[in-house]
Design a protein around this ligand. Sequence first.
Ligand code: AMP
Ligand code: MG
Length: 376
Amino acid sequence: MNHKLFVTNLMILCFVIHFFAGKAITGELTGTASAGNELKLHKKTVYTMGSLMDISIYEKDDEKVNRVIEMAFDEVKRLDKLMSNYKRDSELSRINMEAVNGYTACDSELLDLIEQSIQYSRKTNGAFDITVYPLVNLWGFYGNSVGKITGYMPNESELQAILPAVSYKNIKILHIVSTDSKEGSLSFKNKKTQIDLGAIGKGYAVDKVVEVFRNEGIKSALVNFSGNIYALGVPPERESWAIGLKDPFDAGNDVMGSFKIRDKAVATSGDYERFFVRDNIKYSHIIDPRTGRPVSGMLSVTIVCETATMADALSTGVFVLGHEKGIELIERLDGVEGIIIFENRESKISIKISTGFKDILEINKTEGRWTIFDVE
Ligand code: AMP
Ligand code: MG
């Protein structure tokens, strides 16, 4: 059963992550120098891969910042050409077309990301699965020509016809033993299998942007690509970046809590990002590959860990696993913490916070309607 629309409305307000560092919240870090070292805050937003990427960098050399930001955006454009399934001429689109007919050579970086994705499928017991593409398409989540999601309600036989195509086990990989051992080909066992990297690609792009920053000597930066975040180093004269959790009941910028991180990634998967509504029931874009249906009852999952790629994959995987198996997985994995917001049996909003997260999360609002949350 999909949860009701009123919950949805709640969630749209609910768990938007944003930064204390942002001018909109505190006005603290507004491009002024920190005493002595002339570090300035540079902020830039671009629209890429169908989403906004916000970059904040502390650096004294303006020219260096311009150059590095240009390099970062070139890197994202390069990745988009590799792994977009919106661009018909991307490497992934070619693979999706050709791998149904047998082995086809695959770009080594793309192959590596596909192999990482398969590892996350194994870790999440198949909840995270990049072969979900035919289902995402069937339910109409890719949107029409102007990107609007109109949605489609498939019947059981339509779902059953597609389900055998949806399994990471349908991806066969052949490594070519040569001087460059990373080279390889792949093929799909099922004629309808197709890959969608939408649940891991933005996180990967964030890691690659951070790699550019590190290589170019940037010491302090924050990247936010549509909820996939990396906090590099620390802002001047601070020990960490503060990430705020928005108060779900406040229409403004009030935050219900915050946590501090450095050299760590954060990702959030939410049911409010892409969805459609039928008969007052909300159908959202994260699909359970085992049933072929959009996940219901889960509102949002936030993961904090070492890399943005991992955070992205796990936030989607945990969303599908649900709060019980999801929190178990988070607790089991070293260096991974998380917050799960879901609807309990009485349709009340509940929160589960992993043990390690409880140490870093400061809930600064215990009054008011937040009391409906059970912090377990
Ligand atoms: P995210 O926002 O990172 O959770 O990614 C959600 C996107 O990943 C969706 O819009 C789909 O394109 C794709 N997706 C949906 N369900 C799954 C799943 N179970 N495993 C992997 N990717 C998925
Ligand atoms: Mg994801």
